[in-house]
Design a protein around this ligand. Sequence first.
Ligand code: HEC
Length: 492
Amino acid sequence: MKLRRFFTLFASLSTCLMAQDGGQLYTLYCSACHGADGKGATGGAFPPLASSEWIKGDAKRPINIVLHGMEGPIDVAGKTYNLAMPPQGALLPDDQIAAILTFVRSSWGNTESAVNVDEVKAVRAATADRKKPWTAPELTKEFPLALEKTALSDLISMVYKDASAPLGDLSTLTATSVEEEHSGIIDVAQAAIEDKFAIMWTGKFNAPAKGSYTFLLDADDSARLTINGKVISEVKGLGPINSNRKQISKIDLEQGPAPIKIEYIENIGNQGIELAWKGPESEKWNWLSKEKSSLGPVFPEILIEPKTNNTAIYRNFIAGTTPRAIGFGFPGGVNLAYSADNLATELIWKGKFMNGGRHWTDRGQGSEPPAGTDVIKISSIPVLPKGARFLGYKLDEAGNPTFYTTIGDAKLSDSWKPSSDSLVRQISLNGGSTAMDILVSNLATEISSSGDILFEDKAYIQIQGTNAFKKENKIMINMAPGKSATLTYRWK
Ligand code: HEC
């Protein structure tokens, strides 16, 4: 009896002596990525734990994350990340995990309950077979996130397949699916269709006070916002989000629910909708859409740069050219973007190549403009005769690309390389039996007396091996089978 009491006393004493300092352990094991202040290391390139919905509520969710790690896209506090967190389960014993999570859940404004060792032990035992990191969808299926309420309630999405622009009256069409959206958030992904569809969301907008409300609406492609039966704003036509079609409009509302309707249509290519509001009692924008790029977030600058003797390549949406474009940044500070849609180098620019911040830290929404200066748009339409097909590109040892296309039985190779402050392009046509006209630019101003193609007083193209000529305001060259030509693109 006495002995037992001694041991109990000893045991509690020892746990007390060995009690872990969650803050210190956090610094040691988590802060390199999540930041000493919990806001995400390297200026928010990593996800935050302060204001994270993932550490809230059921502690099994964060315990699982620490034990097994995470990978793939995850939304944290309104921003999307797509990185990987290595599992920490082998490294950290249960009591240390409990201490760290207790610290995280009660720091930087978080006010969640403590996590005890037994909970960690139980989760470790229950998931002992798990060999892979969690993905966000897997984890939320087992441990749903507590939803922050938006001002939208009774939200219903109705999806219309095979709808085509312009955005007409959707209520005359038959919906192919109808869903309740308990998140109170509108998201084009709710349709799960790539092209040619429409969505109508209906519900209530719950105005917290009487007064003037401002709404922001942007869409790829068109959208219409109706409140209290009145159309208050429309994004018309086709085009990307973040263009000059974004609408800001105002309406006076009484306190309480007002019927709201949001109609949307997607033609082809990128898709998205953005909706936010400000009211008499809120200075900042409150988002009602999953996407929110119109006013930020501010992306960190992660410059992508060529290395000595090695070209940098960027394969993501580049603003100013078509969706299927590839960027090449050459050593020496000259760059180009080749459109695989129009089979042409459509942009050239100087200086910095691309900022990867948007596409590396966000889901890749929107297009990123060139990071450098002196951007020249060379052309904006297909440059080869009808029926031409892109075969791909090859890189030489220095990383300089050659683009290949076929036109009937002819094959065109189009090589680019840097030369001090200019870009040298070599085109050759092989096979086939007839000469063909190839567009060099539909945007250049004129051909000079010496035969150069001029882009105002900003840049020019010198041609060797053939001559430029004008055809209906387009500047072309003629290429015969077996011939090649050299075009040098220079800035003034
Ligand atoms: C090597 C970097 C790294 C370390 C170390 C690390 N994490 Fe993470 N953590 C990440 C990344 C990256 C993600 C997002 C993974 C993704 O994109 O799917 C993440 C996600 C999370 C999440 C879910 C998202 C969020 O921000 O709330 C939690 C919770 C979390 N980590 C907690 C921790 C804790 C606690 C530790 C220390 C025991 C830790 N992490 C250590 C990189 C790290």
